[in-house]
Design a protein around this ligand. Structure first.
Ligand code: GLC
Length: 478
């Protein structure tokens, strides 16, 4: 019997290749492609930010002057449409000059981000009514889509919903007095201490919730990781599933990657060394054979990079080099630049977002640091492993699910990296020192590196798990 197609509408703030700030974009850009192999037809909807080049991606106007309901006054949007590259997945882009079509994905003016994503959800409801085929299921991502179920209900649309929490650290808070001026009415909206919380509203009203790793789905039920929402999440634990993200092998494969100076695989590693020397030269580091430690990250406290900054001088003294790529907290950016000036031969800090350079860093580095305070999934450790850069991670969230600590078992090295537990610089330093020690024993190091490169993190398994949850929501009643 032919399997019935499931139509899913993904609602997200970011999607690769159009707009990326964090890992959310990678997930939304990759998952629909893999779901297609399971007869799940996805569409994606996101804002048409000004930074998205319509010509590059062949995005054209699909509907003009579509009415958006549920807000304090009537608004109109234009809806554009394109196709996700290397797929048949339609992508809808909602345009509005004040609320959506501005340069930054996450604006920082007062109330701007809240208005953006409240408006976006209201507009998605308008899109739903125009789609050639109504979705069977609506898949929301993060707090940005948290109010969508409430808007749907207001407009009498009843469709099953699933919410993926990529990061509980951002919830979308809005002073209710301010919020009230933006909506037609606020009945049924959940608040906390006089504040509207987008994510809380989503969590409380969807049919199912997922997080981006199993470990994180358990962690968020505790006060340590629950960010104040642990009780609500405990109340919904029967409808909570952890599904580990994958990485897109069509983008992240050292044997095919066109961004690299040279390609390689775990049996032919020469290219990796070439990448190292070339990158050292490009970034003005001394091109000699020392362990090169890489970091590709948003520079936020979540990521534990303040610890990295603190220990960098000591680690550099152990005859190593650092290359760090990312943007974020201006204080951290400044500290990294100061370190770069102090150790010009051994430290390079590139303060930008650059996907090509990121891939060269995965390929060139020997060791990769992800010392996060919390990490719902984390993609960079998986990418680093694929490129043969051995990860040093904290045992939290998805990092714990994806990296196993190096050990000798029956005189064979097992594991895929170095895992530390305590959230402090001492523990991080110890883990890096262990990695550096093993690096001096090249045969063992190479075995560990091969373990990393052979680990499997494709989207296949994850898409299968989402498929299972979709079927559960659609065909069973809780
Ligand atoms: C967020 C999380 C990160 C996760 C990503 C994709 O950025 O912080 O851990 O990998 O979303 O789900």
């Amino acid at each position: 019997m032919a399997r019935r197609t499931i139509n899913v509408l993904m609602v997200a703030a970011e999607c690769l290749p159009y707009a990326k700030v964090g890992g959310l974009a990678d997930v939304v850009g990759a998952l629909p492609k893999e779901l297609a192999t399971l007869n799940v037809k996805s569409s994606i909807v996101m804002p048409l930010y000004k930074s998205i080049n319509r010509r590059t991606y062949t995005i054209s106007k699909w509907q003009s002057r579509v009415k958006v309901l549920g807000l304090h006054k009537s608004y109109e949007v234009d809806i554009y449409k394109g196709i996700l590259p290397a797929s048949r997945v339609p992508v809808y882009f909602i345009a509005h000059p004040t609320f959506l079509t501005t340069q930054k994905v996450y604006p920082n003016g007062k109330n701007e981000i809240q208005k953006r994503f409240a408006f976006f959800s209201a507009a998605v409801v308008a899109l739903m009514q125009l789609m050639p085929q109504a979705p069977d299921l609506v898949h929301l991502h993060d707090w940005h889509a948290g109010l969508l179920p409430w808007f749907m209900k207001k407009q009498g649309i009843s469709l099953p919903t699933i919410l993926t929490i990529h990061n509980l650290g951002s919830q979308g808070w809005w002073d209710m007095k301010q919020a009230a001026t933006f909506f037609e009415d606020t009945s049924g909206l959940k608040t906390r201490r006089g504040q509207l919380n987008f994510l809380l509203n989503g969590i409380a009203s969807v049919d199912h919730i997922t997080t981006v790793s199993s470990n994180y789905s358990r962690e968020i039920l505790t006060s340590e990781y629950g960010e104040g929402l642990e009780r609500v999440l405990i109340g919904r634990r029967k409808q909570l599933t952890g599904i580990l993200n994958g990485i897109d092998y069509s983008v992240f494969s050292p044997e095919k990657d066109k961004n690299l100076f040279a390609t390689y695989n775990h049996t032919h590693m020469k290219g990796k060394y070439k990448n190292k020397t070339k990158l050292q030269k490009q970034l003005g580091l001394n091109p000699i054979d020392k362990p090169l430690i890489g970091v590709v990250s948003r520079l936020y406290p979540q990521k534990g990079l303040d610890w990295v900054v603190d220990i960098m001088p000591d680690i550099i003294k152990q005859d190593t080099q650092f290359v760090i790529l990312g943007t974020g907290d201006p204080k951290l950016e400044k500290k990294l630049k100061t370190l770069e000036r102090k150790y010009p031969d051994s430290a390079a800090a590139v303060i930008t977002y650059d996907a090509k350079l990121a891939q060269c860093i995965y390929a060139a580095s020997d060791i990769f640091l992800i010392p996060s305070r919390f990490e719902p999934c984390g993609l960079t450790q998986m990418i680093a492993m694929r490129y043969g850069s051995v990860p040093v991670v904290r045992a939290t969230g998805g990092l714990k699910d994806t990296v196993t600590n190096y050990q000798i078992k029956n005189s064979k090295p097992t594991g895929t990296g170095f895992v530390f537990t305590q959230p402090n610089t001492t523990a991080l330093k110890q883990a890096i020192t262990k990695a550096l020690k093993l690096y001096t024993n090249q045969p063992k190091w190479k075995q560990l590196r091969t373990n990393c490169m052979k680990a499997e993190f494709s989207w296949k398994k994850s898409a299968g798990a989402y498929f299972k949850v979709y079927k559960k929501i659609l065909y069973t009643k809780y």
